[in-house]
Design a protein around this ligand. Structure first.
Ligand SMILES: *Cc1c(COP(=O)(O)O)cnc(C)c1O
Length: 377
């Protein structure tokens, strides 16, 4: 089917039309800074100080942004968050994990743990898409696996240690924070491993994983390694941690990804840190959800307002085809508002990461109104 020829008036358009959930908008200032080091940084050895200084900036920037308590460490390596799931099954989960499953991403980690022959069958607590389950203390569970923001559904949950569990008892809270980290408030004392990749709130490219590790998580990593459990070197958390402490990665990283992330972290910290980024994302979310609540044809997919994500909005449409709306937006240079394909709903999905200007989110709602009016005319 041909895309209806609808031209959105210029005064309604956002300044930047990138609303994808990852890879997501990278600030042009960061790209310009990368270009400026195009012949002095790009194409140089990752074992020399030019690159190690950038890894140091990333690690220190994360310490600052998350106000990490004494003893917490920042580890990193290649492979992104998906690789980290497998890495965790080798080097972080001791015997049995519990998983809260409420969408595509949280289900993938549960599957990885379930398939790992070195681990016991995980405990899986599932809830319907558009909601999230609660973790509960269970005998024999050594890792409670939560997801800060379920990117496939637009549900966010507050990160707290499950009642009755403690890091001191070797019960770790392991959080997939891939799309939440940097845009949602979090208290580091509530997690032992908070892992993510840079292509979402950190406005960089994919392919890298980063993990904020508590002393209990570091002790667990060392203990599993000492037990002699087999693990491939490229997935060995203890090797990754050793290298991270030297501001390097086990094998060659993408230098551009590291640099863009360092730029984004400096920008976030200079603006006021996590308090500032979380408030900015909350402002975008308020604009998006209040528009949808007042709209005759749009409704927030997540029924409970307290479960609605401030970084990924999912908006159901009624009486108008969401795929057509996304295609018309794309033809007007507003990209990646498509719903998560496996959710299969008549829906728009919009990233409101810190790099996205709340003004542009408000403009997007005006563009959607314009397109829907034109399609029904
Ligand atoms: C994007 C995403 C992932 C996958 O990240 P990759 O770096 O592509 O592996 C995992 N979990 C969540 C919550 C995500 O949003």
């Amino acid at each position: 089917m041909a895309i209806p020829d609808i031209r959105i008036p210029l005064d309604l358009l956002p300044v930047d039309g990138r609303f994808g959930c990852g890879p997501s908008k990278i600030r042009p200032e960061a790209v310009a800074a990368l270009a400026a080091v195009g012949t002095t940084y790009l194409g140089t050895s990752h074992r020399q100080d030019g690159v190690k200084a950038v890894v140091r900036r990333v690690r220190a920037g994360l310490h600052d942004l998350f106000n990490l308590p004494d003893g917490y460490e920042v580890a990193l390596g290649n492979g992104g968050s998906t690789a980290f799931w497998d890495i965790a099954t080798f080097g972080l989960i001791a015997q049995r994990s519990q998983h809260l499953v409420f969408g595509e991403f949280s289900s993938k980690f549960a599957e990885a743990a379930g398939a790992a022959p070195q681990l016991g069958t995980p405990s899986v607590i599932e809830s319907a898409v558009g909601t999230h389950p609660e973790a509960t203390a269970e005998d024999g569970i050594d890792s409670y696996c939560l997801t800060h923001n379920e990117t496939s559904t637009g549900v966010a949950m507050t990160i707290t240690r499950p009642t009755g569990t403690a890091a001191a008892n070797d019960e770790l809270v392991v959080v997939d924070a891939t799309s939440g980290a940097g845009g949602l408030a979090v208290d580091a004392s509530q997690f032992d491993c908070y892992y993510f990749a840079p292509q979402k709130c950190f406005a960089s490219d994919g392919g890298l994983w980063l993990a904020l590790l508590s002393p209990a998580a570091v002790a667990r990593i060392e203990r599993i390694k000492a037990s002699g459990r087999w693990m491939p070197a490229s997935m060995d958390l203890s090797i990754a941690l050793d290298n991270s402490r030297k501001d390097q990665t086990y094998n060659t990283p993408s230098l551009a990804t590291l640099f863009l992330m360092a730029e984004q972290l400096d920008w976030m910290n200079a603006q006021g840190g996590l308090g500032w980024t979380a408030a900015r994302c909350a402002e975008s979310a308020t604009a998006m959800y209040s528009w949808a609540e007042q709209s005759p044809y749009a409704t927030p997919f997540v029924a409970s307002a307290s479960d609605r994500s401030n970084v990924v909005a999912t908006i159901d449409l009624d009486g108008v085809d969401a795929t057509t709306v996304s295609k018309v937006l794309r033809a007007n240079s507003i990209v990646d508002t498509d719903s998560y394909r496996k959710l299969g709903r008549n829906q728009l999905r919009v990233a409101m990461f810190p790099a996205v200007d709340p003004h542009d989110v408000r403009q997007l709602t005006r563009c959607v109104d314009y397109v829907v009016r034109a399609l029904s005319a």
